[in-house]
Write a protein that binds this ligand. Sequence first.
Ligand code: 4UV
Length: 550
Amino acid sequence: RPYSNQSSQFILHSDLEDVEIPKVSLDQYLFEKTHNWPQRIATECAATGRKYTYEEIQTKSINLNRNLRKKLKLQKGDVVALLLPNSPEFIMATIGALKAGLVVTTLNPIYTPDEIARQLKDSSTKAIITFVDFYELAKASANLTQSQINILTIKTQQGQAIPQGALNFDEFTEPCDYPDVPPPDTNDIAFLPYSSGTTGLPKGVQLSHRNILANLCQFNARELSVIQDTTQEHQDVIPAVLPKFHIYGLTATTLHLFYKGCKTVAISKFSPEGYLQTLRKYKPDVIFVAPPLVLFLASHPSVTSNDLQSIRSVVSGAAPLGALDEERFITKAQKDINILQGYGLTETSPMVAMTRAALKKLPNSSGTIGRPVSNTSVKIIDPNDPNETPLGANTTGELVVKGPQVMKGYHNRPEETRDAFTKDGWFRTGDMMYYDDNKLLFVSDRLKELIKVKGFQVPPAELEEIIRDFPEVKDAAVIGVPHPKDGEVPRAYIVGKNVDVNKLEEFVAQKVAPYKRLRGGIEIVESIPKNATGKILRRALKEEFEKKMK
Ligand code: 4UV
């Protein structure tokens, strides 16, 4: 549908030059430059010191690709699940699977067997790659799916035995005589991370090789690039604390930093002291964080200005970064550090918009997520306007996106895929935003039901489904309420006079990862507010909660 002149002027196109997206597969692209630094360490484990050079990653991933196809008979399009804490083997497993034409789905290793099994089943996973330490979890989860899933295990300590029934990952990275397959097509699916999108349960997000490659190229634009080129003399060192199973840690740290030739130090489990020790030992050049980590660095008494001296740039994303936290961080560092805020979603590989130093100099820019990245256009629409007419400056509405990083769709869910796009093909983010007179974007609110705890997705529908299974519960609704450290936490409203609230809390805790627990409380109510079609009016519950808190 053609735009009228009046409305097309309200489309925000990127103000950065377009970037060219090479027509190769992601695994080919990642090795485009690495021959320049084969002996440099690509990745190292902060806790155990396990490490691999760029050349080792290349050789072992080629071997893994052959072994996976030869020994497990995996074929193009089959799904491999990574159930891995941040670790140096993550990138090897990813590239090996991609080279074999497989699709990688990523799981949070603190998920419960129920949560893991749901994703394994939905994605029809054929093999899991995990740590020896997580074999029992992987097996229990695989058993719940009642299908045959091979489990490859990685040794994380010397002398560790491979559990009975598990396969030895090390053997899969040994040389293997087996014919190679042609590289994947750039439009083939590379990753299948899970996201609840605007509503409902987690869905597999189909990200093609090209989607991810586009985002890597967009991040490499001169104005946004935070990494110094790797040379004979220099290599940036970056701690990888953001989970690699989440799209932010996957694209922005794991893949981006591998392409750039950095040394990434994998932190498998965050602890304040451990993270601080890593900063002190490795003296990072850049850090990638979510807002709670900025808060930690700015306010924890053990962190000193000295600990932050090596840092040139900070990239923050996944949840709103408070202007005050940013200021506190700079005050603590006693140094002018370049802080960039990125905005994006799993469905957009993830980056849509980003700030940069020049934009932060504009008046009233505090808290902005910047402007669209290269090759990307956005507009703000009234979510209730059937014509989806773009709105002008300083008017809040839903942000919709067009660009090469936008997903193909949700796995096996044509209806939800259709709903995720406007009639003329723009991706609906479910985020309420506006842009100001300088064309800077600001996030105002979330239209979608998603809750974000420390930047992690918590889909209310998932918790509601579990709560409704509890004795005496007649109906339930879950919303996110503000939390000083973690952004938001889930709070439940239930109908059912005789419900034992403590037992319900315990029941939920057993079924979900710790960050999804009902830490915002449980309230018994007469009824759940719903509209005529039965949709829960979460906004009404939120407003009521805010009123009470005042
Ligand atoms: O699907 P997801 O879990 O994806 C993400 C992606 C995060 C990032 C981080 C750094 C980047 O440079 C980047 O491009 C992407 O978290 O959750 C998507 C939702 O998270 C909220 C928003 O509601 C999205 O729809 N969100 C993500 N980034 C921001 C944010 C932000 N900077 N400010 C406010 N909300």
